[in-house]
Design a protein around this ligand. Structure first.
Ligand SMILES: Cc1cc2nc3c(=O)[nH]c(=O)nc-3n(C[C@H](O)[C@H](O)[C@H](O)COP(=O)(O)O)c2cc1C
Length: 363
């Protein structure tokens, strides 16, 4: 990637869209809970919001195909948590349908309408949507500018660094900006990387220096202190956090505390167990297969323990929720804060966060 790549001009240029444009980050906190399919349902969004410190919560992607829109189904996606703005993500490549869908979710109360330009899954890119749209700037411009015309509020796009390479990331981001997006989120891995290596925060820094709209950095912000560092190293306007918020449910609160100069909360094993109890109660209200969902979470939570395997192995073998919780209580409750990698600085350094200062391993 070079920052002086020529701008890929869209071949089809509809009238320049009009709509909201913001020069600065428009929310109180410079953080976002990332969209995560199968994870960021209303219950998880509420739980995250209640812990505090999160600026915006996102839905998982809503697939918009060529078939007629179900307005009701779309409106049902707009479930807000009091006091925390909601971003609703749509994914598709039919400009008319995407514009219609964007208008529906905006009218139903979404604070941000976001387009998914990063999903790497074969079932998605085969259909020419998600990350596949990074390969077609003209289509991207068409879709986004038509969405712009239907969204009176905030419009955003979430991109990866590229499909097979990161050479065109600046050109892609400029198309997003020119089509009228209010801000852009970048997960700086290529589609080809899926989740391998470590996110290349240098790309976040490059986009920040090339664009005039706010830039949100995402990827491998494993500790609260890393969110602060990402902003310092890249100049990005806000930080989006996904998997690390599954591993550490207090991460947004800790980022806010660091930004305010307050000593961040440092959870103990008993706090972590209490969190799992809370999750259990809430998940039981929405899932029939709560065991699977709880195990999904335990895979992340377990990563915060020095001796991860003893806990995770036993919990993942359990067959009932009661057994999982008993195992969690036995392993977690006695642990002092120092035995967990959940402090704002990540003193045990069990995870590897990104950096704009080091050579990337992913690109
Ligand atoms: C289980 C899972 C589901 C995801 N679903 C979505 C999605 O629906 N839309 C999207 O834009 N990104 C999705 N992502 C990508 C995340 O939003 C985020 O970009 C990625 O996990 C890197 O950030 P992190 O290191 O903070 O997790 C998903 C990631 C995971 C792990």
């Amino acid at each position: 990637m070079t920052s002086d790549e020529p701008l890929a001009r869209p071949t089809r240029t509809p009238d320049r869209p009009t709509g909201a444009r913001v020069a600065r980050w428009p929310f109180d906190e410079p953080t976002m809970l990332a969209p995560m399919e199968g994870v960021t349902h209303p219950v998880f969004r509420a739980l995250t919001a209640e812990r505090g410190g999160v600026g915006v919560v996102c839905t998982e992607f809503v697939r918009i195909s060529r078939s007629p829109l179900s307005v009701r189904a779309l409106e049902r996606e707009v479930v807000k948590v009091p006091g925390v703005p909601l971003s609703v993500q749509v994914m598709g490549n039919d400009a008319e349908k995407m514009a219609e869908a964007a208008g529906v979710v905006a009218a139903a109360g979404a604070d941000v309408v976001d387009i998914n330009l990063g999903c790497p899954m074969p079932r998605v890119v085969k259909k020419g949507v998600g990350a596949a749209m990074l390969k077609d700037p003209a289509l991207l411009y068409d879709v986004l500018s038509k969405m712009r015309a239907q969204v009176p509020g905030l419009l955003s796009a979430k991109i990866r660094a590229g499909f097979d390479d990161a050479d065109d990331v600046v050109a892609i981001a400029r198309v997003v900006e020119e089509a009228g997006a209010d801000f852009i989120v970048v997960h700086p891995r290529r589609r080809a990387d899926f989740y391998s290596g470590v996110a290349d925060w240098r790309i976040v820094r490059t986009l920040k220096s090339e664009l005039s709209i706010p830039v949100v950095g995402n990827g491998d912000v494993w500790y609260a202190a890393d969110a602060v560092r990402m902003q310092e190293e890249t100049g990005c306007d806000a930080v989006m956090i996904g998997r690390p918020a599954l591993r550490n449910p207090w991460i947004f609160q800790q980022v806010r505390d660091l930004n305010r100069g307050v000593t961040p909360f440092r959870p103990s094993g008993a706090d972590l167990f209490e969190h799992l109890l809370d999750v259990r109660v809430r998940y039981e209200t929405i899932y029939r297969k709560t065991v699977g969902k709880m195990k999904e979470l335990i895979r992340y939570v377990g990563r915060a323990l020095d001796d991860e395997r003893a806990f995770s192995k036993e919990a993942l073998r359990a067959e009932t929720l009661d057994d999982i919780m008993a195992i969690a209580e036995r392993h977690l409750s006695p642990l002092p804060p120092e035995a967990l990698d959940l402090d704002a600085d990540g003193s045990l350094k069990l995870e590897r966060s990104g950096s704009a200062a080091l050579p990337a391993t992913a690109a």
